[in-house]
Structures are given as C-alpha cells and as structure tokens.
Design a protein around this ligand. Structure first.
Ligand SMILES: [Zn+2]
Length: 230
C-alpha cells in the first residue's frame, strides 16, 4: 500500500487515542517500510523489478521475511508497546497501545493489496499471504486505497486541505497503478535499490505533509463558531 494510505491510518488512531503524538503515530504506520528500505539497501531483503517497470504489478517483492511477515510485525508492535509502557508517564498505556496498533496496521493493509509475498513468520512460509490485487487488479487496489484514505480523513474530521492532500497523492500515484499511463516508471526497471530510495523519499515527504495538514484541525462548535484543535 502506498505511503499516504498507511500514514492516514494514524488519523484514526489519533482520533481514538488523543494522548498519542500524531507524528509518532504516522511514523509507526510506516515502521515496517522503513525496515524494508534499510534491509533492501544492505541486501538482506530483495526486490526484483521487471521485465519492464510499468506499474506495481512489475514490482516483485521476492524476499522480505524480516520486514514484512505477520510474526515480525506482531513482535515489533509488542516490543515498541512494552518500551513505551515501561517508560511510563501519563497515559502511557493508551499511547503504548496506539503506537503498537500503528505498527501492526501496516501488515494488515499490505495484506489487502499485495501479491502473495507476505510470510506468516520469517522462513515459515509454506504459502505466502496477500490478495494479489497489485498483480491482477492494480487499479482496483488504488480505488480501495483511495476509499481508505478518505474514510480515515472523514473519521478524523480533518480539514479540507488534508482531504485535498490525500486525493492529490492518490491521483498522482495513478501512473504507478496503471500499465496504460506512464510517467517515467520504466526508468526504475532493474533498479531495486533506487526503487527503495524512491519509496523512502515518498514516505518522508508524506509523513511531513500529513503531519503538517493534520496537526491542526477545525471542528464546528455548538455555538456555531469554529475551533482549532491541536
Ligand atoms: Zn509495506
């Protein structure tokens, strides 16, 4: 799932756990992907792009047992939650739970759209998991991701600016989800490390933008005025 649709998950968590820091929540939703970028760069995980990069269906995540497995996601989420909980402080329990859910949300959302490339546990993968939408129906995957992005915004009661950001990022991702529309993706053919760096740049940019646009949201008050809530 593309960066924006992981990041918007943090909006629901922020709405549910107002004590949790928004930036921290956004970062946790992408923690698994940051790990994937790092492991691809050092060569412990492998991505094959080809024979010609036209859309996500040409990105083959052939080896990613550590970053993207259900088991490691549970462990990562639990470890982070326990560290935050032990660190203590006001509302530590709620914040720990929110951050853990943020980490675990990543693999759940990926399972909905990925090719069957997600192991249950590292090296325990008699059959890998994933609906296969990225391979068979990438445009349907984008449609689902867009619905998810807007749903998160609606639950959060975000600003119109935040909605515009979400929709703009979904639309600009169209060439990546369509074989018919090309905007230079073919340059990434065979460039798996460059691809990981592009994803890293996309995540950092998206994190900054979502945090900026969601940091303040305007909610209508009973007296008819609007109040800015941080
Ligand atoms: Zn992922």
């Amino acid at each position: 799932m593309q960066a924006i649709n992981h990041a918007v998950t943090a909006l629901i968590l922020k709405k549910t756990f107002p004590e949790a820091p928004l930036l921290g929540l956004i970062l946790t939703t992408e923690a698994v992907e940051y790990l994937w970028v790092g492991l691809n760069i050092v060569g412990l995980e492998k991505t094959d792009i080809g024979p010609e990069m036209q859309s996500v269906s040409d990105v083959h995540l052939v080896h990613m047992p550590f970053s993207h497995s259900v088991g490691t996601s549970v462990i990562l989420a639990a470890v982070l939650g326990l560290i935050v909980f032990w660190h203590g402080g006001k509302a530590a329990k709620a914040i720990a739970l929110a951050l853990s859910l943020g980490v675990f949300s990543h693999i759940v959302l990926d399972l909905i759209v990925h090719a069957p490339d997600i192991a249950v546990f590292p090296f325990f993968n008699p059959s890998k998991l994933g609906t296969g939408l990225y391979t068979n129906q990438p445009l349907l995957a984008l449609a689902l991701e867009t619905v998810w992005g807007i749903l998160c915004w609606w639950i959060f009661r975000g600003s119109w600016g935040l909605l515009a950001l979400i929709v703009t990022l979904e639309i600009t991702a169209l060439p990546l989800y369509s074989n018919m529309i090309n905007a230079g993706e073919s340059l990434l053919t065979g460039q798996d490390t460059i691809f990981a760096l592009v994803i890293l740049a996309q995540m950092i940019t998206t994190t900054a933008l979502v945090w900026l646009f969601a940091r303040k949201r305007t909610e209508a008050q009973p007296n008819g005025n609007a109040a800015v809530i941080e």
